[in-house]
Design a protein around this ligand. Structure first.
Ligand SMILES: Cc1cc2nc3c(=O)[nH]c(=O)nc-3n(C[C@H](O)[C@H](O)[C@H](O)COP(=O)(O)O)c2cc1C
Ligand code: SF4
Ligand code: SF4
Length: 440
């Protein structure tokens, strides 16, 4: 059986799956349920001293486009938007510390790492709470530099609204928090970034220099959907969102930061299935958080996702998931490769396989495919070799070949404007010239 354990900086997790901070781990019972579900680590609901952020309006959660895809076997389709108005825990930090004390042994007895999260306003709040969490038994802290809606408009003193997302937007301030926390506690610290920051590589470097043991990203951001029947925005304002398709953005930053620093990364936002766990790790993540998908799927899906990961590793004969971390990074396309890879291709239809659906005719923007009755035909001289037709043909009737000569390729691209490229088309033009007859 493959080894699912991963190294997250100094922490060893029995598997890479972590609860994304949120209501899944908002009370002692919930945390124990997450442990029982099989997570490698549980990240608790963020607490803060902001009274404003401890209160939420209703409805709390809104799913857009979710029911369109309810037949999906994973219950979480690939295209929906989750919008919510849930901010920090309704339980203040001083009380949440008791919850940590209550569950710490349970987590450790079940080989589950316990990660606390807190969003502070000013160093004094950070010091008090992070020290109290460490004392209560957390193995690590996510420093909440991500909560998107500090109560800026509602407080007289801007310092009282400098929290969450502000620390990603102003990483030098976040760096000060990390530096000070490293002086007072000896547990690993993972700043959690907001996707609304700027140059995350720069941010990562600042936090690394300040002593961060790793990074966690991303949290939610402001998304907008509109109900076109009513013309009203859906759950929009100081509300946050996530969606499976945002995964591509998260992956991009996991890989960029992995290439730029050696900080271990907790990747999250948009991972909804077992194969996403693999993808995140191949991009460089050391572990993977899931929040909203598990809320939708139910805790039973933790084991299913881990089973999916295990089966994949077995199929690929990989002994340890740790070995796939960052596997994709060395294959990232470089500018030099882009030049080296310029080549001339053309596509060809296998008439025996073609069922004449004409999907290829619709997608060829180069006008290189002719619809024939029950079949289609590619005009080689016009084919730009983009390969789109071969990718959408439902019966794989289209093969892609390399051309013998580059001129044919450029000719295909310039086909409509032969008059501007007389040299390129001289043989074609010659062929087109009408034969001389006695009459002329
Ligand atoms: C209902 C809900 C509550 C959340 N609460 C917190 C929180 O308290 N602290 C935090 O850092 N992130 C919070 N998040 C963000 C998640 O931890 C996670 O970063 C985000 O949802 C993206 O991951 P996902 O696509 O797996 O949901 C919350 C997300 C949701 C959906
Ligand atoms: S998409 Fe495939 S099957 Fe359909 S017409 Fe084109 S080649 Fe034939
Ligand atoms: S490869 Fe591209 S350009 Fe060539 S026929 Fe197919 S869709 Fe058209």
């Amino acid at each position: 059986m493959p080894d699912l354990s991963v190294q997250l900086g100094p922490l060893k997790l029995k598997n890479p799956l972590i609860t994304g901070a949120g209501p899944l781990a908002g009370t002692a019972d919930h945390i124990r349920a997450c442990v029982d579900a099989g997570f490698g680590a549980v990240c608790t609901k963020t607490t803060s001293h902001s009274f404003y952020l401890q209160r939420y309006p209703r409805p709390l959660y809104t799913l857009v486009d979710y029911m369109k895809f309810r037949e999906n076997p994973y219950y979480v389709p690939r295209d929906y938007t989750w919008l919510h108005r849930e901010h920090n825990s309704f339980i203040p930090p001083d009380i949440f510390v008791n919850i940590i004390k209550e569950v710490a042994d349970y987590c450790h007895d079940h080989n589950c790492v316990l990660i606390g999260t807190f969003a502070g306003r000013g160093i004094a709040e950070w010091e008090k709470t992070v020290a109290a969490y460490a004392e209560a038994g957390v193995d690590a802290m996510e420093l909440n530099f991500c909560c998107p809606f500090p109560p800026t408009e509602l407080v007289a003193d801007p310092e009282d609204a400098f929290m969450g997302i502000e620390y990603t937007k102003h990483p030098e301030k976040g760096g000060e928090v990390v530096r000070r926390m490293k002086e007072i506690v000896d547990i690993p610290l993972f700043p959690k970034l907001s996707p609304a920051g700027g140059d995350f590589i720069e941010v990562a470097k600042i936090f690394k220099q300040a002593g961060a043991d790793g990074l966690s990203f991303f949290a939610n951001e402001k998304f907008m959907r509109i109900d076109i029947e009513t013309g009203k925005p859906v759950n929009y304002g100081p509300c946050a969102g996530t969606m499976p398709t945002i995964k591509a953005h998260t992956l991009r930053w996991i890989s960029d930061i992995s290439l730029a620093t050696d900080l271990p990364i907790i990747g999250g936002r948009g991972a909804t299935r077992w194969d996403d766990i693999i993808e995140f790790m191949m991009a460089g993540a050391a572990a993977v958080e899931m929040c909203s998908p598990i809320m939708l799927q139910g805790l039973g899906y933790v084991k299913k996702h881990l089973q999916g990961v295990e089966e994949f590793l077995e199929r690929k004969r990989i002994d340890s998931i740790q070995s796939i971390r960052g596997r994709a990074l060395k294959h990232i396309y470089t500018a030099q490769q882009m030049i080296d890879d310029v080549k001339a291709l053309y596509s060809e239809i296998d008439m025996l396989k073609c069922i004449g659906c004409h999907r290829c005719t619709d997608v060829c923007v180069y006008g290189a495919i002719q619809a024939l009755p029950q079949k289609a035909r590619i005009l080689k001289e016009k084919c730009a070799g983009c390969t789109l037709c071969a990718q959408i043909c439902p019966v794989a009737a289209i093969d892609v070949h390399e051309r013998d000569n580059d001129d044919d390729h450029f000719r295909a691209l310039a086909w409509e404007h032969q008059e501007f490229f007389p040299e390129l088309f001289k043989d074609v033009q010659n062929k087109k010239k009408p034969k001389k007859t006695k009459a002329n």
